[in-house]
Design a protein around this ligand. Structure first.
Ligand code: ZN
Length: 637
């Protein structure tokens, strides 16, 4: 999510769009090489978003080879035609649509990115895509690192060529925010900002949170000739492994928070130009231009919107759309599947089970359907204390748990389920070790899996192995409950544990503590920072070079005295004794930059008295009014 400058774009756009909002929408889907895009925006806007993403993806794959791996879950991008049409599909913060103009919603079956078209900068979509890359390749990280890196990489620029791109250009709005906000958020406080903190969600506070997160990440990646870059990579790697933040920070940077904060402040204060990284490649950055378009039926549209809301955990709203989808057509499998998952979330297990059975048996390719079919069956057995469980039923659970693993090999819950079924039934105990070791290779931090593995060892009389796992859990865990469980099992280890004891402890804990939806998986791999080694002949990192303003044109400065939003956008600017009129028929292409706190996030249409100081970059039009390209509201002196 990003903030301030973009809110400025939106408020201008809103008054322009107001009149033409709710014409009948045509929804299309466009498939590019790596993405599915869905939207009611114009086909060309959706295509452009797809092309931008594909270019960015191949460029990032040059410097971060892991990007090229097939991802665990597909990514679907929603391109809404405007803010009005996007608003009902935003995450909710304090009962209201969150103050975001794009977001990334991860899922185990599908990831969603949503944004509205007409944002003149491609940064929004790239910012959200960096969130996807971080989740996919790094794992769970503190919010400031996720947002700081997303902001750093989202100003990616292809430089108009296919063999060269720039990373790290400074976003104007962050510079402006940093210049006009006297209070730096203390590093320790910034590091503690969470998804539900005001700094992240409230418009008046977001600006500084993003700006500062960006500045720190930029300093680590591009500042001081890269001297702190590897330290930052070490820090991110330690965090992704689940190590404690304070100790990891001290160890990686060999200093304290205050010192780094002072360095970053100095970095910001001294700059008029910012270091960037230019990457050149001997081969063109491959983008496969092919894409296929299809118009979505009402059923498909309702399904996609419902599934998006389901992933946002907005269950009531999801139900409305999914009911519409399933009532229009009852043989559209994805909608049935989505409805089944909704019933699981609503804890309506009976209804869920019958839907899951139908969709799972109809050979759904959705790993979540296979998983939840098995999971809901198993849950029913657990609630009945595993009385009278038939072998057939156990086999069905195993079959679908395995199918889920086959369809989504990175989704660790399915491994956990399979292991539990075998531990509970006492069958296939020889396979449990392998199942859990695979899961732990994907998610090494999962202490519950480690404890189950120890239990599998105990069941097969491999006490030394069990002890070694339990001792390691006891030593490393941050949870007192987990430490207590490990200790209990260590003490019991000498005796042989009965099936009932294991079953009870695992299942009662699971029933008590419902799994949070869309929990971020912790995957530990190297940080998404420029890798230390990449063959020099493939990619050449040129010396760090500053970049200037990118828009060319004539400049004028004066007082903005009228902003007429009827019929495009007409500006009237007073310069000395003259008044100049500039007109754009494509106002959503104009860049608005505010370095003036009074202008803030709301540029109103209409006359302004007194006028507001502006700098305008425009293209002269022979015999007509100039075409404004950039409108800057400068810092107040
Ligand atoms: Zn973000």
């Amino acid at each position: 999510m990003t903030s301030r400058l973009v809110c400025l774009y939106l408020s201008v756009s809103l008054c322009l769009w107001g009149s033409s909002a709710y014409a009948a929408d045509k929804w299309v889907s466009i498939h590019t090489r790596n993405f599915t895009l869905i939207g009611n925006a114009s086909e060309s806007d959706i295509r452009r978003t797809g092309r931008t993403l594909e270019e960015f993806r191949s460029a990032m794959a040059l410097v971060f080879p892991k990007v090229d791996q097939v991802s665990a879950a597909p990514t679907t991008i929603f391109v809404f035609k405007n803010e009005d049409s996007f608003k009902p599909y935003k995450p909710i913060y304090k009962g209201q649509p969150a103050s975001v103009f794009a977001y990334f919603q991860p899922g185990d079956d599908v990831n969603y990115i949503a944004l509205s078209a007409g944002l003149p900068s491609p940064n929004a979509i790239l910012h959200e895509y960096v969130h996807f890359l971080l989740r996919e390749h790094v794992g769970s990280l503190p919010l400031w690192i996720r947002e700081g890196l997303a902001e750093c990489y989202s100003t990616f620029d292809l430089n108009g060529r296919q063999t060269e791109f720039t990373l790290g250009r400074a976003p104007e709005q962050h510079i402006a925010t940093l210049n006009m906000t006297p209070q730096f958020i203390p590093l320790k406080k910034l590091f503690d900002v969470r998804d539900d903190s005001p700094e992240y969600n409230e418009e008046s506070k977001q600006g500084m949170f993003y700006a500062e997160s960006w500045a720190i990440a930029h300093y680590f990646l591009f500042g001081v000739d890269g001297k702190r870059r590897m330290q930052f990579v070490d820090f991110v790697t330690a965090l992704a492994k689940g190590n404690p933040p304070d100790a990891s920070f001290a160890e990686a940077f060999q200093t304290d928070y205050e010192t780094i904060e002072t360095e970053v402040r100095e970095y910001i204060r001294k700059r008029s130009s910012w270091p960037t990284m230019k990457v050149t490649s001997k081969d063109p950055i491959q983008t496969d231009g092919r894409s296929t378009v299809s118009t979505l039926s009402d059923t498909e549209t309702e399904y996609y919107l419902g599934d998006l809301l389901l992933h946002l955990n907005r269950l009531q709203d999801a139900e409305m759309h999914l009911t519409a989808a399933t009532s229009k057509s009852n043989d559209f499998a994805p909608a049935q599947a989505s409805m089944a998952l909704l019933r699981v979330r609503q804890k309506k297990y009976d209804e869920a089970l019958s839907l899951l059975k139908t969709t799972a048996e109809a050979d759904s390719k959705n790993p979540m359907i296979a998983f939840y079919y098995a999971d809901v069956l198993q849950r029913g057995d657990a609630e009945n204390g595993f009385a009278n469980v038939s072998e057939d039923r156990t086999e069905t659970i195993r079959t679908y748990a395995k199918k889920s693993i086959e369809l989504a090999p990175q989704f660790v819950e399915a491994y956990g389920l399979l292991a539990r079924v075998d531990l509970n039934s006492g069958q296939h105990l020889d396979e449990v070790e392998e199942t859990l070791k695979k899961a732990l290779a994907i998610a090494p931090g999962r202490e519950d899996f480690q404890i189950w593995l120890a239990q599998a060892y105990l069941r097969t009389n491999r006490t030394p192995e069990a002890h070694s796992v339990l001792e390691s859990v006891e030593r490393n865990t941050a949870s007192s409950e987990t430490r207590r469980r490990a200790a209990t099992l260590l003490n019991q280890g000498e005796q042989s544990l009965g099936l009932a004891e294991i079953t009870q402890s695992i299942e009662s804990e699971l029933l008590r503590k419902e799994r949070a939806p869309e929990e971020v998986q912790s995957v530990s791999l190297a940080g998404l920072a420029p890798p230390p080694s990449r063959k020099a002949e493939d990619t050449v990192l040129e010396s760090l070079t500053p970049v200037g303003p990118s828009v060319q044109g004539e400049k004028l400065s004066g007082l903005l005295i009228n902003l007429d939003c009827a019929n495009g956008l007409t500006l009237r600017v007073r310069t000395g004794n003259d008044t100049v009129e500039l007109h754009s028929s494509n106002p959503d292409r104009i860049q608005f930059l505010s370095y003036n706190a009074d202008v803030g996030s709301n540029v109103q249409c209409g006359p302004r008295n007194p006028g507001t100081p502006v700098n305008v970059t425009y293209r002269p039009v022979p015999g007509g009014q100039g075409d404004p390209l950039v409108i800057e509201f400068p810092e107040k002196k």
